[in-house]
Design a protein around this ligand. Structure first.
Ligand SMILES: [Zn+2]
Length: 280
């Protein structure tokens, strides 16, 4: 497996709340949920710390239990990060959280795990597919539509007020069976992740797999810049940095968010591309 990756903070933001890693035979992309102004999270560390720490603990866990399932690895890492901030109020519904997308090359198979709205795009020769955790979208569609009607500018007072309302409603759905699951301070969320395995040999073998945070996958939904094949080709030929550059261009072209309504002008963007030998 050959891996190339890139991650970049949203322009103008001091911290990158995304993380990307390639460790042993595991590749992961994580996206920390941004804190909402005016909403207490009960945590003195913040989302960038949480996502970074979750990667530290994932790597520890991969070292200690390399054959554990991806869900178990994630569950253990979530539990350990809970112990890393004992003085914070982990029962606060706005406690730091991160989406997770991971793949592991395991002999003839590619195992995957997806939690929340990160995406995995795979190329199996004659077809491409995109996988994400649809429970998130289902849970927040209504909230999103009401918050992002495309009638107010990003950076306006009204936009910020709608964001706060959306965040308050969203946090009631976090890590609940009626809502959606995400890595936060609920280890059982890892058992709820979308998991599966795909062949790395034979006619339907995975040739390429791209892991993306929503700040990068917006290239194929919000901004509609590429087909899945087009996106994979761009990543293969020009690299993950080029995709991020093109996303920044699209974000700048619609700076107020009227044409492409969204929560923020720019988002942290992260991509990992895994290439597999064709002659396996
Ligand atoms: Zn904390």
């Amino acid at each position: 497996m050959r891996v190339t990756m890139a991650t970049e903070a949203a322009p103008g933001r001091p911290d990158n709340e995304d993380q990307v890693f390639h460790y042993a035979n595991v590749v992961g992309v994580l996206d920390g949920v941004s804190a909402t102004d005016g909403l207490d999270s009960g945590c003195m560390h913040g989302p960038a710390w949480y996502t970074r720490q979750l990667v530290v603990r994932l790597k520890d866990t991969i070292d200690k239990a390399p054959t554990d399932s991806l869900s178990n690895l994630l569950g253990t890492a979530i539990e350990q990060v809970m112990r890393d901030h004992p003085d914070c109020d982990l029962s606060n519904p706005s406690t730091p959280a991160a989406t997770v997308c991971m793949v592991r090359e395991n002999g003839p198979e590619l195992e995957y795990l997806i939690l929340c709205d990160s995406s995995l795009i795979v190329d199996r020769g004659t077809s491409r597919m995109r996988m994400t955790d649809k429970r998130f979208e289902r849970a927040i569609t209504r909230i999103r539509q009401e918050a992002l009607a495309g009638d107010v500018a990003i950076d306006s007072e009204e936009h910020a007020a709608r964001l706060r309302v959306a965040a308050e409603r969203k946090r009631l759905l976090t890590n609940t069976p009626e809502g959606y699951w995400i890595a936060a301070a609920t280890p059982v969320a890892a058992e709820q992740a979308i998991t599966g395995r795909l062949p790395l040999t034979g006619p339907r073998a995975v040739r390429r797999a791209a892991l993306l945070s929503d700040g990068a996958s917006c290239a194929v939904d919000t901004f509609d810049l590429y087909s899945l094949a087009g996106l994979l080709n761009l990543l293969t030929e020009d690299g993950p940095e080029e995709l991020i550059r093109q996303v920044r261009q699209a974000e700048n072209a619609d700076g107020d968010g009227y044409a492409r309504p969204r929560y923020k002008r720019h988002d942290d963007a992260t991509v990992a591309l895994c290439l597999f030998e064709e002659t396996r």
